[in-house]
Design a protein around this ligand. Structure first.
Ligand code: MSP
Length: 524
């Protein structure tokens, strides 16, 4: 047991959240809940990035006063966190002058003290979508390919951050995995970017052009660059820069930043550079997800091809969306969202998968054992083992084939599923962990076919008791493991079996409670 600090990116509020934002939210939440389950003291941060030209422009288009505009938009992101059932400890927004500004300004001053902030003139192409300068070679047909927009040509006086000074040290930390970048492809990408040598970055904009932001300490004519402001939210939220930095001392460094691949350079280069300059510890890991695409394009507010996450949670339920995002979209590469795929996964794995299995097992216990099943002796439980070898068994070189015949359900779960599940979760391989849990469900279905308790009851009630105990034990184990992914479903299943709030070792009996279907069928 220890502490665990995990963050999502903070979201621009220039438009309502879409499925891409829900994605990082859900993945970070799965990890946060898993660490709570392990007993860690977890701090899970999310929030909104409210400064910068992009947000200011959106307020102007909406003809609203900027602070009112961001407040209203922020509320939608907060509603999203609720609608996704996030277990976040905090929600930080960067226009919070009390909670965020002192931390951002303290960090700036630290960089300045190191001689890493200097004034210069910048001329370049600024992409509003990225909120960053981009180079000529990034453009396709004169436009930023991610945002389908022409960059602005800007020449202005800025403060610069001496990022170049830190190239070698950042590279060393990434190569040694002290700063672990996942997946490997992204780690290689950032390493080859570092290979070219980092350039100093513009860290402020003239306040006359962009006044909506954190003022540069000691120079009111300049506003902090929105990325320098945003990255510091990871520590300002822990009260860095306030009088009492207890939370910062306890939780920093972050154990994990969950981000999308389009913002890797900011997190894998600029952020470590800032922390090194300030003499602060670097985050331990960065989990870089792929993007959710619609056809050939990234789903994006700027491109206008977004899927509204609220519509999905309202229509199918929170856990259905959490299921889709954590299992059906590959974490480490791009994934596609289509309504058809979503509905097929819902029907196939939730309604017919979990829902059907839970209903069959609990109905049999209700009908044959008056809803109550006592735990048999361990040797009796083990006397009705899995009969069939599975792909999982034969894949495992360590397993001797003759032993296979005798695996009991609890043995299989505790010795095969659990270690692999923990290994996958600890390495942030969320899909693999989810696949494993659903693999278990498939095996349990196989066990139903092995023994056909609905037939067995006619000839051998005692053995049927053991079979159903194993099936219910499997269901309860499934519910515990699926907890970080589908928290409501997990609770409902444990409630249905009468073991909610109990540890596995306390499962002395299952007492079935009537409950509605876990996942209603879609009306055609
Ligand atoms: N404000 C910055 C992040 C600052 S973090 C210190 C930002 N905001 S954003 O709203 O544009 O994007 C927030 C996150 O959403 C990013 O991780 C981005 O990758 C992610 N996504 C945006 N569109 C996405 C998809 N279509 N698919 C998956 N994730 C996507 O960048």
């Amino acid at each position: 047991m220890g502490k665990f600090y995990v963050t999502t990116p903070i979201y621009y509020v220039n438009a309502a959240p879409h499925l891409g934002h829900a994605y990082a939210d859900v993945l970070a939440d799965v990890i946060a809940r898993y660490h709570k389950f392990l007993g860690d003291d977890v701090f899970f941060l999310t929030g909104t990035d409210e400064h910068g030209a992009k947000n200011a422009r959106a307020a102007k288009v909406a003809e609203e006063e900027i602070s009112e505009f961001v407040k209203k938009e922020r509320q939608i992101f907060q509603n999203l966190a609720k609608s996704l059932n996030l277990s976040n400890s905090d929600f930080l927004y960067t226009s919070d002058q009390i909670r965020h500004w002192p931390g951002a300004q303290k960090l700036w001053k630290k960089l300045e003290e190191q001689g890493d902030i200097y004034k210069g003139t910048y001329q370049g192409l600024y992409c509003l979508g990225h909120e960053a300068f981009i180079t000529e070679k990034d453009l396709i047909d004169g436009k930023c390919p991610d945002h389908n927009e022409k960059p602005q040509i800007i020449e202005e006086e800025n403060y610069f951050f001496r990022l170049s000074k830190y190239t070698a040290e950042i590279k060393k930390r990434i190569e040694s995995n002290e700063l672990l970048i996942l997946p490997e492809t992204r780690r290689n990408e950032i390493l080859s970017f570092l290979e070219e040598g980092l350039k100093d970055v513009s860290f402020s904009r003239p306040a006359k052009d962009i006044s909506w932001g954190v003022p540069v300490p000691g120079d009111m004519t300049q506003t902090m660059y929105v990325w320098c402001d945003a990255l510091s939210s990871y520590i300002s939220a822990l009260s860095y820069g306030s009088e009492d930095e207890i939370k910062f001392n306890k939780f920093w460094p972050a154990d994990l930043h969950v981000i999308g691949k389009d913002i890797l350079r900011f997190h894998g280069a600029i952020w470590p550079g800032m922390l090194l300059s300030a003499g602060l510890a670097l985050p331990k890991a960065i989990l870089t997800t792929g993007l959710i695409r619609v056809g050939d394009h990234k789903m994006s507010k700027t491109l206008g091809n977004v899927v509204n996450p609220f519509e999905l949670t309202e229509k199918y339920g929170t856990d259905a969306l959490r299921y889709y995002l954590s299992r059906e979209i590959p974490v480490f590469s791009d994934g596609e969202f289509t309504q058809e795929k979503f509905e097929a996964a819902y029907e196939g794995n939730l309604v017919n998968g979990i829902g059907n299995y839970a209903r069959r097992v609990t109905t049999m216990i209700k009908n044959y054992f008056d809803s109550h099943l006592e735990r048999p002796e361990e040797n009796v439980i083990a006397s009705v083992p899995f009969r069939k070898k599975t792909a999982f068994f034969s894949e495992s070189a360590k397993v001797n084939e003759t032993e296979l015949e005798y695996f009991s359900v609890p043995y299989f779960i505790n010795h095969f599923i659990l270690p692999k599940y923990h290994e996958a979760m600890r390495s942030y391989n969320i899909n693999a962990a989810a696949n494993l849990i659903f693999f278990l469900l498939g095996e349990l279905d196989g066990y139903v076919q092995d023994y056909e308790p609905f037939k067995l009851i006619k000839s051998d009630k005692e053995k049927t008791h053991v079979v159903l105990w194993n099936l219910a034990y499997g269901l309860a184990s499934f519910a515990s493991l699926v907890g970080p992914f589908l928290p409501e479903t997990s609770e409902k299943i444990l409630e249905m079996l009468g073991v909610r709030g109990q540890k596995e070792t306390d499962w002395k009996a299952f007492q079935i409670k009537e409950s509605p279907p876990l996942f209603p069928r879609l009306s055609k």
